[in-house]
Design a protein around this ligand. Structure first.
Ligand code: NI
Length: 228
């Protein structure tokens, strides 16, 4: 009841029609409402279209960190992610552990994927997530050259290791927090399968499911800076 009253109040304040607010989460102001950013790494893959359908039905937006080699295999899926209002980030061309590479190799991993994503979707990402979460000062300096902000997370599900719908659901709900960023993988079928239940529960808890740029709108994203 309290959540409904707050929602009604925030809708009245924005003076937008309720329907527009539901369908256009970009207008969500995370300084006023409870936001959460769901993020999906390693795609696009064979389960991504099913996930997009689930997100669309729930009116939820998410962020996808794409691997260049996979974008080359499924450029249309990459384009569809963007068309549905989700955000796209760079997850390197070949899912490389960046700190192990030389500077020019790191730059190649990031910039080649920028080109691949731009060719497929028309968008040049402004953020990246380092594979395996492996990063350091040198990687960040190269990311600055590639004009990319680094996006980590507040909670990681380890869904690729759990491979169990009930466990994945439980861990996502446990990790959910206001202004949080949750790491999952759309290449894990169990994650995609259980997503309708997860979205239903998160919405019941009053979360607005938004993209990382929407979550960061007030603070902004700076190239070469690491967030979360
Ligand atoms: Ni990854």
């Amino acid at each position: 009841m309290v959540i409904h009253a707050l929602l009604a109040a925030s809708l009245a304040l924005t003076s937008l029609p309720a329907q527009a607010t539901v369908n256009a989460p970009r207008s969500v102001d995370c300084s006023r409402v409870k936001c959460l950013a769901l993020t999906f790494d390693d795609g696009p893959g064979e389960y991504t279209p099913a996930l997009l359908k689930t997100l669309r039905k729930a009116g939820a937006k998410a962020t996808f960190f794409l691997v260049g080699e996979r974008v080359e295999k499924s450029p249309k899926v990459a384009k569809e992610i963007l068309a549905q209002g989700h955000a796209i980030g760079n997850h390197t061309y070949s899912h490389a552990a960046l700190p192990a590479l030389l500077d020019y190799e790191i730059l190649d991993e990031l910039k080649v994927n920028q080109e691949v994503i731009e060719k497929a979707t028309g968008l040049r990402p402004k953020m990246y997530r380092p594979p395996y979460g492996q990063t350091d000062e040198r990687v960040l300096r190269v990311a600055y050259q590639a004009e990319l902000a680094e996006i980590l997370w507040t909670g990681t599900t380890l869904d690729w290791s759990l491979r169990d719908t009930k466990k994945i659901k439980a861990v996502v709900l446990k990790l959910a927090q206001r202004d949080g960023v949750i790491l999952m993988h759309d290449v894990v079928p169990q994650t995609v399968k259980v997503m309708p239940e997860i979205l239903k529960e998160l919405k019941k808890q009053g979360y607005h499911l938004v993209t990382v740029p929407t979550l960061m709108r007030a603070k902004g994203l700076k190239a070469g800076t690491s967030y979360f």
